[in-house]
Design a protein around this ligand. Structure first.
Ligand code: ZN
Length: 389
């Protein structure tokens, strides 16, 4: 039965004002001031002026856990379905990380397919930090063509003591293979790049792109807000046509050490003339974060998808124009960077991945993914592919 959501203030992510949104099957069928329907049976939901926005597209998550740096006991846990849903993340993009030995792409694939079965619309990268690239089928191009949720490669680490110190030629080959796989399968074929705190920053990407036929958008660097210097380099990269990604999860000690909080970084990038549609924000959920108490390192904790929602909560009292920029960074921009052009927008024909957000309380009450409510009135839907929540 179609669902008509009325009295919603829509950010598509563009601010459309109060609209009605019609959902049929897994798609948005119409967005208009008034949707005229004749003779249809219809479920009508009154949003009561709440904001309706696309489900978040989280371009870097670690659903099967991450960490493991500093010993086996520092591995982090899986990120549960409920954590993504309550954060409004309808399309988490899963990646391995530093450790591709005690975790594998097969395990990541299993996690991604479980989330999909439970009702989300997740995707994954093949590869890990390492070069040569770990793959499922033995070949990057083949992974993209043959494995449904694989949409790119990543996160390949550069400018980091934990990286494989890849050469420009190696990166060029990875991007070319990903691009060919994407071309054959109709996917983005993007290479997500983990930027560490090494002094090389983005130099290797510039070197890789020089004398190549690859577009700059073949590489999608993340953790660009790790320092002011890295952010400046990323601004230049984005002004040249790339998409760049900011990491929302952090700890106070990182900020003290010079990390720029994601929302502040977004403002600074726009002030520096970076096109607003080229900046995205991701959670790095499942990645490890240091845990301090009174300045003393106690161990590790894990980043959570909820930081995506916290970014929106922090921006909700701003003017509509800036809110639209923030929503774009959480939805349409990462979707475009990854070639997921049916995701991250509210418009006819797009996936019905929708959030209802109360700007007064900052609460996310309702989450729809692929036309099905996963959260209604802050309660999880009982339909979760037969798995206990
Ligand atoms: Zn990373």
């Amino acid at each position: 039965m179609p669902t008509l959501i009325v009295n919603a203030r829509v950010f598509s992510p563009d601010p459309l004002g109060i609209c009605q949104v019609l959902v049929e099957g897994e798609r948005v069928a119409a967005v208009a001031d008034r949707v005229d329907l004749q003779g249809d049976e219809l479920t009508v939901i009154d949003a009561n002026g709440r904001w309706l926005l696309p489900g978040f597209v989280d371009a870097l998550t670690h659903p099967c856990g991450g960490g493991g740096e500093g010993g086996f006991h520092n591995r982090t846990s899986e990120v549960p379905f409920e954590a993504f849903v309550r954060a409004g993340v309808t399309s988490p993009v899963g990646a391995l990380g530093t450790d591709s030995i005690t975790r594998s792409l097969e395990v990541l694939y299993g996690n991604v397919m479980a989330l999909r079965r439970q009702g989300l619309a997740p995707f994954m990268y093949t590869g890990s930090y390492r070069v040569p690239v770990d793959t499922l089928t033995g070949d990057v191009t083949r992974d993209l063509v043959m494995i449904d949720p694989v949409i790119g490669v990543g996160e390949i680490a550069i400018a980091d003591h934990r990286s494989s110190q890849p050469s420009a030629a190696e990166l060029r080959r990875i991007a070319a293979d990903a691009r060919l796989g994407g071309t054959i399968s109709g996917k983005g074929g993007t290479v997500m790049i983990h930027l560490g705190d090494g002094s090389g920053r983005l130099a290797l990407l510039h070197q890789t792109l020089a004398d190549s036929d690859l577009p700059i958008s073949a590489f999608y660097p993340t953790h660009c807000n790790r320092s002011a210097a890295l952010l400046e380099g990323a601004a230049k990269f984005a002004r040249a046509g790339a998409w760049i990604d900011l990491t929302a999860s952090t700890v106070p000690e990182f900020i003290q050490a010079g990390e720029v909080p994601a929302l502040q970084a977004l403002r600074e990038l726009i002030a520096e003339g970076v096109p607003r549609d080229r900046i995205s924000i991701s959670s790095d959920a499942g990645g490890s974060l240091p845990l301090y108490e009174n300045g003393v390192l106690q161990g590790l904790t894990a980043a959570c998808p909820s930081v995506m929602l916290e970014v929106l909560q922090a921006a909700r009292h701003e003017e509509a124009k800036f809110i639209a920029v923030v929503v774009g960074a959480l939805t349409r921009n990462p979707a475009n960077a990854l070639g997921l052009t049916h995701k991250g927008r509210v418009r006819a024909g797009a996936s019905a991945d929708l959030l209802l957000f109360d700007p007064q309380t900052g609460e996310l009450g309702d989450v729809m993914c692929r036309g099905r409510w996963l959260l209604r009135d802050k309660r999880l839907s009982p339909m979760t592919g037969g798995r206990r929540l």
